[in-house]
Structure formats: structure tokens, C-alpha cells
Design a protein around this ligand. Structure first.
Ligand code: GLY
Length: 258
């Protein structure tokens, strides 16, 4: 097994699945079972703990149907945390509680209007920060992020996202210079110099993986993707994500790793 880039990971911010989760923003019409979603979230949290992360809970809020997708509210860069300005009105207040908790842990900054950004559009690969320009995230946000990270070694690069909600719906970082991606969603030339695993046709959902302490969590029932990830030397664990997939969410969406 390879050692992972994210070796110093210690905590994960998570937020309960609200009882209103079946009213989240989504493109699928499949019925969401909130009780099952809550069980899947429990499994997810247990997996993070098994992999050595200590959980920091954000207070749940049934008035915010998407609030379990905590990744979209803030992005962490070492000792800095950037609190997002979320474009979707029904999600905008999700940042309030997250900002309170983050303020205790990190030096916090805010993205301000006219900039809008969701954390799901920010893919950090070592010292490179790829920002998806999507229905949620605009170039004003990229400019503000560049200022916030101006005195760091991080290099911010923007890329237009097609066909998926967020950049990380189509590409995530596994560690050791290897990304996993679904083709046709963004200009992959930005990933120059990185190893690439391309998910097979029909397994596009599996491009959103979560790498924690030497293990890659992937969505259950993506056997070909699993083989490709293992072939690159990573240990893999599968999690059932059916109810989050129906809510246009995936593995990275449910936590912020600190
Ligand atoms: N349900 C995830 C989102 O649309 O933000």
C-alpha cells in the first residue's frame, strides 16, 4: 500500500442528515429515504473514525435540507479556512454554524459577493488549487481566493465545468500525485504531471472518492473503478451512497477534512 499525501489528517467536520433531506436541491426524481440516508451517514462517519479521524459535529438544522453536504460551506488550506458564499438561497445559511466552529479552529476568511463558490468546486492537489467554474462558482470567487492565498505557495487555477454539479463530482485527489476523474466534464490538461485514473463509462459517479490516511473510500458497486484504484496501489473501502447520490451528493460532500 502506498503512503498518502494527506498523512497529517486528524479531524473531519460532519453535519447530521436533516429530517428535511428529501427536500434538498437535486436533479433526480427518485424517492429519497431519509432514514436510510441517516444510516448511510452513520456508516460514513464510522468509516472516517476507523481511518483515524476524530469527528467534529456541526449542529444539525432541519431548516437546511442540504446541510449534510458540509463540504460546500468552507475550504481548508492548512491553517486557513475560507468560508464560502453559496449561490443557492436555500443553502446560503449553512455557512453560519460552520463559520462559528471553523473560527475556533482556523484563521478564517470569507468569500464575499458578487463572488459565489461551493466547496465542492475546489480541488486541492498538494500546492495546486483547481477551482471549477460551475453553476455555483464564479470567477470573482477565484480572484478572491487568489488574494487570500497570495502569500502562500498555493497556485490557483480555474477550469470550466460541464455536465456535473461541481468539479469534485468529476475529479478527486487520491494522494501520491494521482487523481481519479470522469472524462468530458472539464479540460483535463490542467492536471499536467499528475497520474490519472479514468473511471470507466457507466461508473462516472465513482470519480468522487475520499482518500483518508492511506485508504480510498469509493461508492459501492463500482467494481471496475475499484480494480483500477487498487492497481495503483491504494487500499479501497466501499460505502453505500444510494440516498446521497439521489441528492446529487457523493463521498467528499459529507465532510471537511482538517
Ligand atoms: N444537493 C446538493 C446541491 O445541489 O447542492
Amino acid at each position: 500500500m502506498k503512503s498518502m499525501g494527506a498523512g497529517s489528517v486528524r479531524h473531519a467536520l460532519v453535519r447530521p442528515v436533516p429530517y428535511s433531506y428529501d427536500r434538498c436541491i437535486r436533479t433526480s426524481r427518485e424517492k429519497i429515504d431519509v432514514a436510510i440516508a441517516r444510516r448511510q451517514h452513520d456508516e460514513y462517519c464510522r468509516a472516517l473514525q476507523r481511518l483515524g479521524l476524530s469527528l467534529i459535529w456541526i449542529r444539525g438544522d432541519n431548516a437546511l435540507p442540504d446541510s449534510c453536504f458540509v463540504e460546500d460551506t468552507a475550504v481548508v488550506f492548512g491553517e486557513k479556512a475560507v468560508i464560502c458564499n453559496m449561490r443557492e438561497k436555500s443553502r446560503a445559511n449553512e455557512v453560519t454554524e460552520v463559520a462559528k466552529v471553523m473560527g475556533e479552529l482556523k484563521e478564517t476568511y470569507r468569500i464575499n459577493p458578487p463572488a459565489t463558490i461551493d466547496g465542492g468546486d475546489v480541488l486541492v492537489v498538494e500546492d495546486r488549487v483547481f477551482v471549477g467554474i460551475s453553476a455555483r462558482t464564479n470567477l470573482h470567487a477565484v480572484a478572491q481566493l487568489k488574494k487570500i492565498l497570495g502569500n502562500s505557495r498555493m497556485n490557483v487555477v480555474s477550469v470550466k465545468v460541464h455536465r456535473v454539479l461541481h468539479l469534485k463530482s468529476a475529479c478527486t485527489y487520491l494522494g501520491n500525485g494521482v487523481v481519479i476523474l470522469s472524462k468530458g466534464c472539464f479540460d483535463t490538461s490542467i492536471l499536467q504531471g499528475l497520474g490519472k485514473i479514468i473511471v470507466p463509462r457507466g461508473e462516472e459517479y465513482a470519480a468522487d472518492c475520499l482518500a483518508v490516511s492511506g485508504t480510498v473510500l469509493i461508492a459501492r458497486d463500482h467494481a471496475e473503478t475499484r480494480k483500477l484504484v487498487e492497481k495503483e496501489g491504494f487500499r479501497v473501502e466501499e460505502l453505500e451512497m444510494s440516498e446521497f447520490r439521489k441528492g446529487d451528493g457523493a463521498l467528499t460532500c459529507l465532510s471537511i477534512i482538517l
